[in-house]
Design a protein around this ligand. Structure first.
Ligand code: GBH
Length: 487
């Protein structure tokens, strides 16, 4: 392939924050240490057949004991900010009263981040509901909302003087619909109605915590992280494809955006799911709580998709959900199918489509965040590739370097178009427990040898560190030029 003529470096705005993200269950290990009890992910991972190779988070990256070295590693790479999550079952075992030892860990972590000059960004819920609460109905039960408020206030009371940015939920779509409807994530339930009940209660929990934290501390920066797709109809002139794309957009994006920014569920969504009882769970005042103003919207973007009404019968469609035949996560989009577009894909079979991120950010700003004067922040973007390590454990992952450069460039395109995007977190710092895929998929810019727990920065980490140090982004094509595979 022809090289680009001249490598044009592109400046990254000085106030644009660059960092990395992780989540508690995916890296910590230390399952029953210092009083932690099981979450739904411990139960799910220990259920035969639920996770590839029977992998669990029992040990993971041993971050619970290795956090200081991990913070030092981030510092050596120049990270400006670190997005992590706290484990509910560590802080409030069984979802009950506070366990001081659990909070001690997060205090040590936050103190070492602050010491290293890395801004902590705390997520209260990244999918790890205490199992004891699931036993009482989990997110389908309204009582879980109160328990989440108790837990969040406990974390706040200990850390609010050192953590400025607080996000309630990571990707309620996944908690609700991969967990309660598709059965692909914990707790492994397969009910469209349960997914909708869970979605509503998750959002109510978000709104309640924003209200409570705001009252206690007006200086905190509050928000939540949603995952988005960019759903394009396969044939824009075929009303059936347009309808399929509308449903996917409604049931992944607008079902969360509209309650937060407009104080109502989308009318078309309510129509689509009328038979599934969502409205039975909506009490007077709920939408006012959910639409409590936020300061920042976290945007997780991995891929868009072409959606059609016909099953393509393709490998890409079969590859959804890890190749295992689970049911659709969408409560009412049975006739929506993903169609391959011939784009390069990652090791997850997710299409690589950076311009989708630009379009997404522009849309979010114009239709939701802008009118509400809310800043956007890319809280996750990243890729798994089939990494090959040399004898020293080094991975020359040009495809990942190209991926990061291309997506950062897409974010800067949105900034140039007038969208206030404050920063970007790469997912993830480390190779880690990739949910239903276990350790089989690697997203890290740092390789983890799971036999020795040795961390080795990949080529992509060195390139990212260079971007942060120089505030200059090089073209993606340059990194990919010598690469055989994707990019
Ligand atoms: C994020 O979720 C998570 O926050 C993070 O923990 C995880 O490790 C990372 O990404 C990488 O997977 O319509 O059934 O095909 C993943 C985001 C959003 C990706 C939904 C798959 C399509 C679901 N996911 N998406 S489906």
């Amino acid at each position: 392939p022809a090289r680009t003529l001249v490598a044009q470096a592109r400046p990254v705005p000085q106030d644009f924050v660059l960092g990395v993200a992780t989540a508690a269950y995916q890296i910590e290990g230390a399952r029953h240490v210092d009083g932690r009890t099981d979450s739904i992910w411990d139960t799910f991972a220990h259920t035969p057949g639920a996770v590839v190779h029977g992998d669990t988070g029992d040990v993971a990256c041993e971050h619970y004991t290795r956090y200081a070295a991990d913070v030092a590693l981030m510092q050596s790479l120049g990270m400006q900010s670190y997005r992590f999550s706290t484990s509910w079952a560590r802080v409030c075992p069984d979802g009950g009263p506070l366990n001081a030892k659990g909070l001690d860990f997060y205090e040590r972590l936050v103190d070492s981040l602050v010491e290293a000059g890395i801004a902590p960004w705390l997520t209260l819920y990244h999918w790890d509901l205490p199992q004891a609460l699931e036993d009482r109905g989990g997110w389908t039960s309204r009582e879980t909302v109160d328990r989440f408020v108790d837990y969040s206030l406990a974390v706040h009371d200990r850390l609010a003087d050192r953590v400025r940015t607080w996000t309630t939920l990571n990707e309620p779509f996944c908690s609700a619909f991969l967990g309660y409807t598709a059965g692909m994530h914990a707790p492994g339930r397969t009910s469209p109605a349960a997914g909708l009940a869970a979605a509503h209660h998750l959002m109510l929990a978000h709104g309640r915590v924003v209200q409570e934290l705001r009252v206690r501390d007006a200086s905190l920066e509050l928000g939540l992280t949603l995952n988005f797709t960019v759903a394009d109809p396969v044939d824009p002139s075929d009303p059936r494809d347009v309808d399929a794309a509308r449903r996917v957009d409604g049931q992944m994006n607008r079902i969360f955006l509209d309650p937060v920014f407009r104080g109502s569920y989308p009318v078309d969504l309510l129509e689509d799911v009328r038979h599934l009882g969502l409205e039975d769970h909506i009490m007077d005042g709920d939408l006012a709580v959910i639409s409590t103003p936020i300061d920042v919207l976290g945007v997780n973007y991995y891929n868009g998709e072409a959606v059609g009404h016909e099953r393509p019968g393709s490998a890409l469609d079969d590859a959804l959900n890890g190749g295992r035949r689970t049911r659709s996560p969408f409560p009412a989009a049975d006739s929506a199918f993903r169609h391959p577009r011939g784009l390069p894909v990652t090791a997850m079979d997710w299409e690589i489509q950076p311009e989708g991120l630009t379009r997404l950010l522009v849309r979010l700003h114009e239709e939701y965040a802008g009118p509400a004067a809310v800043a956007l922040h890319v809280t996750e973007n990243g890729a798994a590739f089939d990494d090959v390590a040399d004898e020293e454990g080094f991975v020359d992952d040009r495809c990942r370097t190209a991926y990061v450069r291309a997506h950062l460039g897409a974010v800067l395109d949105a900034v140039d178009a007038g969208v206030p995007v404050r920063g970007y977190f790469y997912w993830s710092l480390l190779d880690n427990f990739e949910w239903a895929w276990g350790y089989a998929k690697r997203f890290g810019i740092v390789r983890v040898d799971y036999d020795t727990q040795v961390r080795t920065p990949k080529a992509s980490a060195l390139d990212y560190a260079r971007i942060i140090a120089t505030r200059q982004l090089l073209p993606a094509g340059d990194a990919a030029a010598d690469d055989e595979g994707t990019g």
